[in-house]
Design a binder for this molecule. Sequence first.
Ligand code: UN1
Length: 506
Amino acid sequence: MPKTPSEILSAIAAKLGLDRVGSAGGDLDVTSPIDGKTLARLPSSSTDAVAAAVERVETAFRAWRRVPAPQRGALVRVFGEVLRERKQELGTLVSLETGKILTEGLGEVQEMIDICDFAVGLSRQLYGLTIASERPGHRMMETWHPLGVCAILTAFNFPVAVWSWNAAIALVCGNALVWKPSEKAPLTALACRHLLDEAAARVGGVPEHLCEIVIGGPQIGAALAQHPKIPLVSATGSCRMGRAVAPLVAGRFGRTLLELGGNNAMIVAPSADLDLAVRAILFAAVGTAGQRCTSLRRLIVHRSIERKLVDRLVAAYGSVPVGDPLAEGTLVGPLIDKRAFTAMQAALEAAKAEGGTVHGGARVLAERHPDAYYVTPALVRMPQQTEIVRAETFAPILYVMPYDSLDEAIRVHNDVPQGLASSIFTTDLREAERFMSAEGSDCGIVNVNIGPSGAEIGGAFGGEKETGGGRESGSDAWKAYMRRATNTINYSNELPLAQGVKFEVG
Ligand code: UN1
């Protein structure tokens, strides 16, 4: 008899510091999408508790900013070691709480380890520029300083990796953190804090309350967004969430780092290697049950190969194993909840009404799991890019549309409100370069001969338009977590003014 999610949780809880979590009960029912049953009950934080947490974190920040950056890196290095030791348990918990298949749960923890490694190196590379001054005997430079308390709002679908992109970088930059996880995945957050505490105990000299977790819904997010002591709010989730949070932060001139919805497409050109394309499409559209912000949602296929590609995809879709995400061989786990299922069905109905032909998309395993929502992935042939195609539905629906010229394909590609990830499959160098050029994809992530999802941590991650414009993770995304001071130093005995201005008495 396979174990239930809650039995599996009991077996790993101690290693993640969760053995006593939930014993006191609470108003928040945390369920596993695997069977829809309760994993734990937790109390949500009150707004007073949020304010008190921010005060504690602020105090921690004042101490932490004095610690030299390479020493801050030592905490993140040891955190990466702890994550290596607990990868199996934390990855399993990710699967239990989000329903993603185990290899993806483990992959998420690997993504955390990778960003820790990146941040450790970065802790010795928070470089500022030295700038040539126009004035004799002067030097200019930029220095980067810690920003303060960073609020991190995360979504259910990448409950630990996205936090770690923010946390690892923000910590080496000298900041302290308040984390509001999704109400659908608070256990992974509590486990991460426990592992970070363990790393802090091993390293020593780390201020207490460097990372506090607050639990709750939009009202908790709003309290953080409005808090005057939080200079940066990094929020990942839907465009709707971003629309609520961003004006609150902007209203007090705070900084936001937004990673919102995507409506990611792939153009498949006549010269494409179709074997590779089919594999890439499956991983990107069907993987994580279509619940990545980078999931492939639109396929724009040259008319000459559309039939052939669709036939291959329909066959592949028909044999994708859907089921228990912890079972060997499963590729598609459950949707997060009933709401996600209802939204998926509504989108498929809308697509039909707008002229689409739907393959797949039905609920399965309902008798065995009446409270869980497993679906077969859906492939929908659309005559053109209609309204429903332009909206992000967080479910495994792939809309397929034909094109005749690359210009038309790029126009259709960019004609959506979101701008996160994109890709082209072609072996024609001119097409590939065109797609990556200023006249090509308008997204933050533009790939060639790989799908739009599954980015590595080394690049800056995020997108344009309604995706919110933020960049997290690698490259120079760290600059969002620091404040920049421009310094001008006069080492001469004169006081020349810039722009040749004369200002002298007498
Ligand atoms: C998300 O879905 O919010 O590129 C993040 C990817 C992952 C991260 C996804 N590395 O698909």
